[in-house]
Design a protein around this ligand. Structure first.
Ligand code: F6R
Length: 607
């Protein structure tokens, strides 16, 4: 997690620009913030625990001199979120400042070694060892850049670092291993950041730094080298076509609401993915001996829904696996005949990448579905598809979930076609239905948002919720529960409805709210049975139903009615929309910030 940002300007003050860049990275972690600049041979630092705006109010982060500097917004891994643990970290003599995203696995050994050499540590972080390591190497009168290289060679683990030193006051030296790092290149300035939106307002020219590379930034530009052999790497900037305002809130009070509303547009983009990529991935899936669908959190729920799709449409059995369990569950059996379809919005989730690595070591084929071009997943996958959702800033995944479902549906339909398992007429109907989904989602948002808001008001004080669905609806139930829980902090449960009577039903007492996902598919009859069971025990029934489902309307205390008319396999996308809105409004009702849920970060790059 964590966000790093650095810049060198030909003229002007760097601190306000770094502050602005960090605001764009705040979704990556926001328990502390800090900035270091260099001016006239001195290092200046301001840092503290708390959100960026609060720290700025206390310390005025813009008031630091110099046209060069680095900054950091933190999500704590080593050391509690206190001021002393906030980045940047310095060496003993306050000559070097380091910001870091990642985890240094051998920091305890390095720290002991450095302490034995007389270094004094101020923080409990792993990062501080980097500053002292560089200081130690520089005692041998080596150049700053060489010292950073030597330090990086000593470090095990993951890092994206940006370092400045008063000994080289015109340079930022950066390095990357397994944590994202990109450069932004403009005429009179140069930037380094954890991701592109951080510098998009300043430049749309970007260079992705690869694992094992070190970069020297100066006001003359950038020089990339391989840390291992010091070979020069030539890489020209690429033009990024995201408009800067794509990463702004565009008038919505929160990114999450903006991103929920953006779904029709994003789903249209997702339908524009070129056939050649979908066809290639379909070929790999078709040939596979066994297929694992591997992901975490919301992306895992997309995989779970996809496992029903692949089975129902393409007659392909798949194993959806939570990434952090993959090595334990399948690490020994995965082999050259196995294929992993790995789904990760960020493409940087540590648990997901660990599963990928273990499978690659056993010669399995890795296919990737991600939202981030240049992410680690795109570099390790044999074939990857970019889901085209645009940057998602809200911590709770919304538009990226529905885009993932759209891509996975397209793959399942293509595979069905390839395998000749489904009639032409049915395939045509599915393809046409997919094309209609963006409009259907648009209609659901415009007609149901107010009703969902009222529902949230009515149920705002409930202590817990139960989400139930059957078939693909059980994946939607899990996702609805995750959304509600992560931003409103209401402990909730989700189960396949049939399983609820094997234990969870004992929780039900008068007024216990149970949300049912009720598409009019092959599970409809059984879902009605489950509603009756809950109702008989006094539960308050909230049902998400298809338009004119009079039978369930009769049974439910409250319902949200959506007009889809879609084939049953495509129901998850429209059915999840009211649940995203419900989570959002519940979060507001309970006085939370839905964009920044406590203890969470957008990209989980630690195991
Ligand atoms: C929930 C959420 C997380 C992510 C999970 C995986 O709203 O966003 O559960 O889905 O951390 O992230 P990616 O898809 O980036 O691998």
């Amino acid at each position: 997690m964590c966000g790093i940002f650095g810049c060198i300007l030909k003229k002007g003050e760097a601190a306000p620009i770094i502050h602005g860049g960090l605001k764009k990275l705040e979704y990556r972690g926001y328990d502390s913030v800090g900035i270091a600049t260099i001016d006239r041979g001195h290092l200046f630092i301001k840092k503290d625990s708390g959100k960026i705006d609060d720290v700025h109010e206390m310390h005025d982060l813009d008031d630091l001199p110099g046209r060069i500097g680095v900054g950091h917004t933190r999500w704590a891994t080593h050391g509690a979120p206190y001021q002393v643990n906030a980045h940047p970290h310095t060496d003993c003599n306050k000559q070097i400042a380091v910001v870091h995203n990642g985890i240094i696995e051998n920091f305890a050994e390095l720290k002991t070694e450095l302490e034995d050499l007389g270094h004094t540590f101020k923080s409990k972080t792993d990062t501080e060892v980097i500053a002292h390591l560089i200081e130690e190497v520089m005692k041998k009168e080596v150049l700053f850049v060489d010292a950073v290289r030597e330090a990086m060679k000593r470090i095990d683990g993951s890092y994206a670092v940006a370092v400045i030193s008063v000994k080289a006051p015109d340079q930022i030296v950066c390095a990357r291993k397994e944590s994202p790092l990109v450069l932004g290149v403009a005429k009179d300035s140069i930037y380094v950041a954890s991701d592109i939106p951080a510098f998009l307002p300043k430049t749309n020219k970007s260079v992705v730094i690869e694992d094992g590379e070190l970069v020297v930034l100066s006001d003359k530009g950038y020089e990339i080298r391989s840390i291992a052999d010091w070979n020069l790497v030539t890489r020209e900037p690429e033009l990024i076509d995201w408009a800067p305002e794509a990463a702004e809130k565009q008038g919505y009070p929160h990114f999450m609401l903006k991103e929920i509303h953006e779904q029709p547009l994003r789903l249209r983009n997702t339908l524009r993915i070129q056939d050649q990529y979908l066809d290639l991935m379909t070929t790999f899936l078709d040939r596979a001996g066994e297929v694992f669908l591997v992901a975490c959190g919301t992306s895992y729920h997309a995989c779970l829904a996809a496992s029903y799709l692949f089975s129902k449409l393409s007659f392909l059995a798949t194993h959806p696996v939570i990434a952090s369990e993959f090595v334990e569950q399948h690490g020994k059996s995965v082999n050259i005949d196995s294929t992993l379809l790995v789904v990760s919005q960020s493409g940087e989730t540590a648990d997901t990448l660990e599963a990928v690595e273990s499978a690659r070591l056993r010669a399995a084929t890795v296919l990737g579905l991600t939202n981030i071009v240049g992410s680690t997943l795109t570099r390790v996958a044999r074939v990857y598809i970019v889901q085209q959702s645009g940057p998602e800033i809200g911590v709770a995944a919304t538009k990226t979930f529905t885009s993932q479902l759209s891509v996975l549906s397209q793959l399942a339909i293509k595979l069905a076609k390839k395998r000749g398992k489904v009639s032409h007429v049915e395939i045509e109907d599915l393809e046409e239905s997919l094309e209609r989904i963006p409009d259907i989602v648009e209609e659901i948002i415009s007609s149901e948002e107010e009703k969902v808001k009222q529902l949230a008001k009515k149920y705002a004080d409930r202590q817990t919720f139960f989400f139930l669905g059957r078939g693909m609806g059980s994946a939607v139930a899990l996702e609805g529960k995750l959304k509600l829980m992560e931003i409103s902090y209401i402990p909730s449960l989700a189960y396949p409805a049939g399983e609820s009577k094997h234990g969870p039903i004992s929780l039900i007492e008068s007024g216990f709210p149970v949300i049912f996902i009720c598409p009019k598919d092959s599970t409809h009859r059984s879902i009605i049975g489950n509603i009756m069971e809950m109702k008989a025990r006094g539960a308050s029934i909230i049902a998400i139903i298809e338009k004119d489902d009079e039978e369930i309307k009769e049974l439910a205390d409250d319902y949200i009615e959506i007009d889809t008319g879609l084939p049953e396999v495509l129901s998850p996308i429209p059915f999840v929309i009211p649940l995203q809105l419900f989570a959002y409004y519940m979060s507001l009702e309970r006085g939370n910030d839905p964009d920044m849920p406590r203890n969470l970060a957008k990209s989980v790059t630690v195991k």
